[in-house]
Ligand binder design. Structure first.
Ligand code: NAD
Length: 247
């Protein structure tokens, strides 16, 4: 007897990355989702189907978005020292690639698109007090990566209501947790080099850090809440642990 799967079909772009792996773990572990990953790297995760593909190729993206219930768009060109000044790469992956996702979702009638943005979209290098979602985008973003995150978020939010699509953007701050390739490893490396012994400024600056498991959970909850007419549709939300740490 054939039974129809009641699992929601979802796509996780960047599912081989730091956040993406945690999101895939939680989605697959819940038993409620049939998970496909779209990434330029293979995940090696046998619980899920992996499409090794490139966001810069609209045809690959279009094919990957057929017949889905929800897309979690987490992929980014990594803002490593080598990439951060590579404007072409950042723009092609984070802006054009995001537009390819939006276009494919609208074309295929995907109802839900959750985008991983960044808290840095409102940061201009000066302290922010009581900032919330009404804080405007940075007129002078910190770097080109952040500029592409702003452009990506704008494209995602502008797509809300087009065809059957509802969209939401989540803005985590610095993400830490198991598998972190950057934040803690770089801090440890700098400490080993003796470069953590001085403080620039007053030393009482605070910075939000968000646990990766919480960021992943926020994505799933946002996807679940994104039903037609949802009040979160077309909006962006900061994702915080609510306990800023000295920076
Ligand atoms: P990551 O570099 O670990 O993962 C990104 C994934 O995207 C990688 O697996 C990579 O292979 C994939 N990718 C890169 N280019 C691609 C392409 N052209 N086509 C398909 N896949 C491609 O990054 P992460 O830290 O997991 O970040 C995930 C998301 O969270 C990003 O959107 C990032 O902007 C956002 N974010 C991260 C942090 C942080 O502290 N890590 C903070 C705020 C926001």
């Amino acid at each position: 007897v054939a039974t129809r799967s009641t699992k929601q079909k979802c796509l996780v772009t960047g599912g081989a990355g730091f956040l993406g792996k945690h999101l895939v773990d939680q989605l697959a572990g819940s038993g409620a989702y049939e998970v496909t990953v779209f990434d330029i790297r293979d995940t090696g995760d046998t619980r899920v189907m992996t499409i090794v593909g490139d966001l810069r190729d609209p045809i690959q993206v279009d094919k990957a978005c057929e017949g889905l219930d929800v897309v979690f768009h987490c992929a980014t060109a990594a803002p490593s020292a080598a990439n951060v000044s590579n404007k072409r790469l950042m723009h092609d992956v984070n802006v054009k690639g995001t537009q390819h996702i939006v276009d494919a979702c609208i074309k295929h009638g995907v109802p839900k698109l959750v985008y991983t943005s960044s808290a840095s979209v409102v940061f201009e290098g000066r302290s922010l007090y009581n900032a919330d979602e009404s804080t405007p985008y940075a007129a002078r973003p910190m770097d080109y990566y952040t500029e592409t995150k702003i452009l990506g978020e704008k494209a995602i939010l502008a797509a809300n209501g087009k065809g059957k699509l509802a969209t939401v953007a989540l803005r985590p701050s610095g993400i830490f947790g198991e598998g972190d390739p950057l934040l803690v490893p770089i801090a440890v490396e700098k400490a080993k080099q003796g470069k953590m012994k001085y403080i620039i400024g007053s030393g009482d600056n605070l910075m939000d850090y968000t646990y990766v498991g919480n960021v992943a959970q926020a994505h799933i909850q946002a996807g679940e809440a994104l039903i037609p007419g949802s009040r979160i549709a077309g909006k962006a939300y900061f994702i915080s642990n609510d306990d800023p740490q000295p920076f």
